[in-house]
Design a binder for this molecule. Structure first.
Ligand SMILES: [Ca+2]
Length: 527
């Protein structure tokens, strides 16, 4: 833990540059990211540059498996319950009740139940800029309901809410060669390339100058509608799988799903046409990732060319996972299961051992705190996540001053690991009706509000425990859940056997209390 106060580093002290790559909807469990499943990957360049020359997380999760909440949590270091407002005052609408974008009756800008005023003023970017002297550039998808003007902390803004693959539009501020306002590309402009090129042009401008830089690079890939670049649209390497994965939960029977919560239990069998749709989606997702692979490699190469590679950290993750027919859910996300919440994290930079593994239970909420540590800043009191910096750094011989300073105020890696959390919290509120692949059964119903914990410890083993409740407006009462699920992930990696009914009452009570405690946590009292 940090001491009460840390003297700020002098301006001359060395702080590393940080590049954060964040993809959209990129699964880990179905082979789309890292660790790879089998020997194949659509991202061989990234595998060599970030996995081979960095650390790879093996138990990294998302707190909320859908875009805007996840991104809000990442950029603030806060759990979902701290970037939304519960309002159960009789006669008043809940705040941010709209499933997708909108304004609530208090005038707050919302997306997927997040109140954006609890996000935009509290980003890690703001701390990096105002407290550590960074220059910060945002390129690509910020929040789905993206502000036209950069929130405090972002010097450079080339941002959108996801937008289109071709003819993409971005809100613009302080981009060389473009007037402030909005820019829309033409029909040959491919969004991943545009985001990459704008990022690289900016890095060329700011690298090695008087300030360290933070580049937030967030391409649309591999999000729906999965449109590859023109030059990759027919590519399929002969070594790549012929179809999407077919785990035991793919197109499983109603009997196999009978003990899942009602949305899952009621899913239809996948038709041949739906299976074909899923296979096509799978292939096009990989093709969109080929362009991300090119961007990651090009960004790393330019830092090398500019002589700043050895003073730059690279992080690469996704905003959540994905499903492709598991539990008969056609493509998308929004579920509590491993395929939607388990994601990749790769990290490379000074002191991170090449080819190392990072095994602790951590989530996107821990990224902001870790970025602050790299800059020599303490974790902010309003952040719910923890810095995992000591767990990443294994060679302290040539660290930037700011990283040395942070580590000198933190526990040793051994102690941090020994005292690390033993469960991870997952939280989600129903967003809206959505049908995929021509199936008429929606991929979520109003029973899909959940709070859950992932355990990985001696006491409980490797489990997922989830409580569900009905609701449509982002406000539900989890005190008396209306459904429970629990899975033994070691024995049942695809979550087909709901063991909750067989669990000892004392264990049920303890786990219920645990998720309720997590749901109330804020700042330093979050585990
Ligand atoms: Ca997403």
């Amino acid at each position: 833990m940090f001491l009460v106060s840390i003297p700020f580093l002098t301006r001359a002290a060395e702080k590393p540059n940080i590049v954060f790559f964040l993809t959209d909807d990129q699964d880990q469990l179905l082979g789309g990211s890292f660790p790879n499943i089998g020997d194949v990957t659509p991202m061989p360049l990234t595998k060599a540059e970030l996995e081979g020359k960095g650390a790879m997380a093996t138990n990294f999760f998302i707190h909320t498996p859908i875009c805007c909440p996840s991104r809000s949590e990442t950029v603030t270091g806060r759990y979902l319950h701290n970037v939304k407002i519960f309002n159960n005052i009789p006669g008043r609408k809940p705040q941010c009740p709209e499933g997708y974008n909108g304004k609530d009756d208090q005038g707050h800008v919302c997306c997927m139940h997040v109140d954006e005023q609890l996000v935009n003023n509290f980003t890690f970017a703001r701390s990096l800029k105002e407290d550590a002297g960074y220059t910060v550039g945002m390129f690509g998808k910020y929040l789905n309901n993206c502000p036209d003007k950069p929130p405090p902390g972002f010097d450079v803004w080339f941002a959108n809410g996801g937008g289109n693959y071709f003819s993409p539009s971005f809100a613009v501020k302080n981009i060389d060669g473009l007037p402030d306002g909005h820019w829309t590309g033409n029909k040959t402009d491919y969004t991943t390339s545009v985001v990459g090129n704008r990022s690289i042009a900016w890095i060329r401008k700011v690298a090695g100058k008087d300030k360290p830089f933070f580049a937030y690079i967030a391409p649309k890939a591999a999000h729906e509608p999965f449109t590859p670049a023109t030059w990759y649209k027919n590519h399929w390497d002969p070594s790549w799988p012929k179809t999407s994965p077919r785990p035991p939960s793919f197109n499983c029977t109603a009997k196999q799903r009978a003990h899942h919560h009602p949305t899952i239990a009621a899913m239809d069998m996948l038709t041949d046409k739906a299976v074909q749709c899923i296979d096509d989606v799978y292939k096009n997702r990989w093709r969109t990732l080929m362009s991300v692979d090119d961007v990651i490699k090009a960004v790393i190469d330019v830092t090398e060319e500019l002589g700043v590679l050895n003073n730059t950290y690279f992080f690469y993750s996704s905003d959540h996972g994905f499903q492709l027919g598991e539990l008969n859910l056609p493509f998308d996300k929004r579920n509590v299961y491993e395929f939607d919440v388990r994601i990749h994290l790769l990290a490379r930079g000074p002191g991170i051992k090449h080819g190392s593994k990072f095994e602790m239970l951590a989530s996107n909420v821990d990224l902001g705190p870790t970025f602050l540590s790299l800059a020599g800043l303490p974790v902010r009191e309003d952040m719910d996540g923890k810095s995992f910096l000591p767990l990443l750094i294994s060679d302290k011989s040539q660290l930037p001053d700011s990283v040395q300073l942070s580590l000198s105020h933190m526990d040793s890696a051994e102690n941090v690991a020994a005292n690390w959390r033993d469960s991870l919290f997952i939280e989600y509120y129903y967003v809206g009706i959505n049908n995929k692949c021509g199936l008429t059964h929606p991929i979520e119903e109003p029973d899909n509000n959940f709070i859950a914990v992932r355990h990985l410890d001696e006491k409980y083993g490797n489990i997922l425990y989830a409580e569900f409740q009905n609701g449509t407006d982002g406000w539900v009462d989890f005190q008396k859940p209306n459904f429970y699920e629990m899975f033994d992930i070691d024995k049942d990696p695809w979550q087909l056997q709901n063991i909750y009914p067989t669990v000892d009452e004392k264990v049920k009570t303890a786990l219920h209390q645990e998720v309720q405690t997590w749901l109330q946590c804020k700042g330093k009292n979050c585990p």
